[in-house]
Structure formats: structure tokens, C-alpha cells
Design a protein around this ligand. Sequence first.
Ligand code: HXC
Length: 194
Amino acid sequence: MGEFENKVAIVTGSTSGIGEATARALVAAGAKVILNSSSSAEAGKVLASELGKSACYHRADVSSESECIGMVEATLETFGQLDILVNNAAGNFISPTERLSHRAFDAVVDIVLKGSYNCTLCLGKYWIKEKIKGNVLSTLTTYAFTGSGWVVPSACGKAGVLGMTRSLAVEWAKYGIRLNAVAPGPFPTEGAWS
Ligand code: HXC
């Protein structure tokens, strides 16, 4: 407790599931948190009011670079600093791969992979310029390492985030920027189970 006092975090996809639990834990440990989702603005505002002055909701679709930039600018305006990024927003269709349309594949990879690099690059550029030793934590799944049938777009996207994490952890080490990822197994949250 208190470990994250004077720290500000963005947690993407944090109006439900693992993202919400992460945001709650960060606030309990003293951080200020920007809650985010691309929809569910109502749930975001309810959660923000429950968490009080330490939380604020910002709607942004992470697959859009300009919306990620807008979210970072809004965070700096609200809390004056930004130290931590949690790349958690995700989408997933459980389906035989040959039945997925091209757009379905894009929809998942755009959120998982493109969303993670949009936010990470936007913040990394800011941290390097301002000489801030920021932290990035990304939510993977165990099949980022093993692969898995019926979730191929998600497996590709998460494996890409793993590659980005390992690559930038080395490339940005000289700036003191750390990148880590966690790979939970199945969590029975509404997003994953539905
Ligand atoms: C196959 C589907 C589909 C489905 C939509 N599509 N639902 N294909 N199975 N169930 C197709 C559509 O027909 C369309 O293609 C294309 O995908 C895009 O659909 P949209 O609805 O327009 O996409 P979008 O609005 O971008 O929404 C995508 C989404 C949404 C954000 C992923 O479906 C969503 O909110 N899902 C719930 C959240 C979620 O998935 N959470 C899972 C996180 S868990 P066409 O060609 O018809 O236009 C996770 C880790 C899993 O990621 C770990 C498990 C162990």
C-alpha cells in the first residue's frame, strides 16, 4: 500500500475484467488512474466516481493513433504527469479460422497489437523527450507463447505484443524505460467467456 503514490497510470480496457481489477489495485496502492474503453462510457464514469479523485474516465479507441495521443494529452492535463501504461484492451473471436472474415481478423489485431503499439509509442516518445523512466505492462495470454487453435487473430496479436515487449525492453533500456508483460491463463470474466 502506498507504493504507487505520486504515480499516474493509463489502464486501457479498464471498465471490466482484468483491466478493472488492475485499475482498482493501482488506486488502492496510491496511484492516480485514467480508466479507458472504446465503448461502455457509462460503466467507466460509474467506476471513476466510485474510485473518487484518484480516477478519471477517458473514452478512446486504442486502434486509432490520434485517439491514443488525445488520451495521453488529456491525462497530462488532468493529472500533470504520466508514469505507467497498462496495455490491456483486447478483443477476441473464438471461431474456426476459415470462417472468419478478413475484417474480423483486422478487428482483433487492430485492438490487441496496433492498440498496444499506438499507446506504447506515443508514451515512449514522450518519456524519452522528457527523460522520464516510464513503465509499460502488457496483458498477454499463455497462448502468445504456444499458439492455440480457434483464437488465431488473438494469438497473432498477443504474440506480436510479446515481440514488441522483448524488443523495446532492450532498445529503450538506455532511457530507463521498462517493458514487461504478464500472461494469465483463462480468467472467467464476462469479456473472455462471452
Ligand atoms: C466471428 C465476428 C464475430 C464473432 C464480429 N465478427 N463478431 N466474426 N465471430 N463472434 C466480425 C464481423 O462480422 C465483422 O466482419 C468484423 O468481425 C468486425 O466486427 P465489428 O462488430 O464491426 O467489430 P468491432 O466493432 O471492432 O468490435 C470488435 C470487438 C467486439 C471489440 C472485438 O466484438 C467486442 O467488444 N467483443 C467483446 C470483447 C472481447 O472480445 N473481449 C475478449 C477479450 S479476452 P464483416 O466482414 O462481417 O464486416 C482476450 C483474451 C482471451 O482477448 C483469453 C481467453 C483464454
